[in-house]
Design a protein around this ligand. Structure first.
Ligand SMILES: [Zn+2]
Ligand SMILES: [Zn+2]
Length: 207
C-alpha cells in the first residue's frame, strides 16, 4: 500500500493519501490549497479519523475540487454542529459546513479495491475517534489517539480518559508494522514498544 503524507505543517494535521485503486485521503488538515496540490483529481473518499477542526477544515475545498465523498464515525457526527466540541473555537475559527456521506461504525470495511481498511472505534480523544487498519500490510492510521514517542491524544476537548486507556489497550493487541498518526512522524520501528509506552503513560497521567 502506497501512503503519502500530503500535509502536516505546524499545528495542522497530517493528511495521508492512500494511492490505491480507489484513492482515499485519511484526514484533510486545515489548508486545502496546500493539500490539493498533492492530490489526484480522482480522489474517491476522505476518511476523517475524528471531528476536530485541524483534521476537517479543508474538507469542503477538497470536496469542491475532487467530488470526493466524506466518511466519519457516527459518534462524531453531532460535533460538526459545534465550534466548541470540534475545537474550531480554539483556533479562533468557525466550522465550515460539511456533509458526511458515509457514517462509519466499528468493524466497517472501507473497500478501496486493492486495499481494504478496517474501522476500529477508538474513543477517548473524541467519542467517535477511529483508527484504520490494513491487515495486508499491517499499517495502522491512528489519528489523534496515539502518536510517536509514547504520547497519546489529549482527552480534554470532548474526550474521556477511561475510554482513551481502553482504546490504547485495544491498539496494543494489534500486530502493526507502521503507525501513521494525525500529527508528527510515523512509527516504523519498535511499534509495539511505542504503543506500550503510550499505554503506560496514559495509565500514569490520566489516573
Ligand atoms: Zn489533531
Ligand atoms: Zn484531535
Amino acid at each position: 500500500m502506497r501512503v503519502i503524507n500530503v500535509n502536516g505543517v505546524f499545528y495542522d494535521s497530517n493528511a495521508y493519501l492512500i494511492d490505491a485503486k480507489r484513492k482515499a485521503l485519511v484526514d484533510a488538515g486545515i489548508d486545502g490549497t496546500r493539500v490539493l496540490k498533492s492530490l489526484p483529481p480522482d480522489l474517491d473518499l476522505i476518511v476523517l479519523t475524528h471531528c476536530h477542526y485541524d483534521h476537517i477544515a479543508a474538507v469542503p475545498e477538497i470536496v469542491a475540487a475532487t467530488g470526493a465523498k466524506v466518511a466519519l464515525h457516527e459518534d462524531d457526527v453531532a460535533a460538526l454542529k459545534s465550534d466548541h466540541i470540534s475545537g474550531a473555537a480554539m483556533f479562533g475559527r468557525r466550522l465550515p459546513a460539511l456533509r458526511v456521506d458515509r457514517v462509519l461504525h466499528n468493524d466497517d470495511v472501507i473497500d478501496l479495491g486493492n486495499v481494504k481498511l478496517t474501522v476500529i472505534h477508538t474513543p477517548g480523544h473524541t467519542p467517535g475517534s477511529i483508527c484504520l487498519y490494513d491487515a495486508a500490510t499491517r499499517v495502522m492510521f491512528t489519528g489523534d489517539t496515539v502518536f510517536e514517542g509514547g504520547s497519546f491524544g489529549r482527552t480534554d476537548i470532548g474526550g474521556n480518559p477511561e475510554h482513551m486507556i481502553n482504546s490504547l489497550e485495544t491498539l496494543a493487541g494489534y500486530d502493526i508494522s507502521a503507525l501513521y498518526p494525525g500529527h508528527g512522524n510515523p512509527v516504523t520501528t519498535g511499534v509495539k514498544e511505542s504503543l506500550r509506552a503510550s499505554l503506560a503513560n496514559a495509565r500514569h497521567m490520566l489516573f
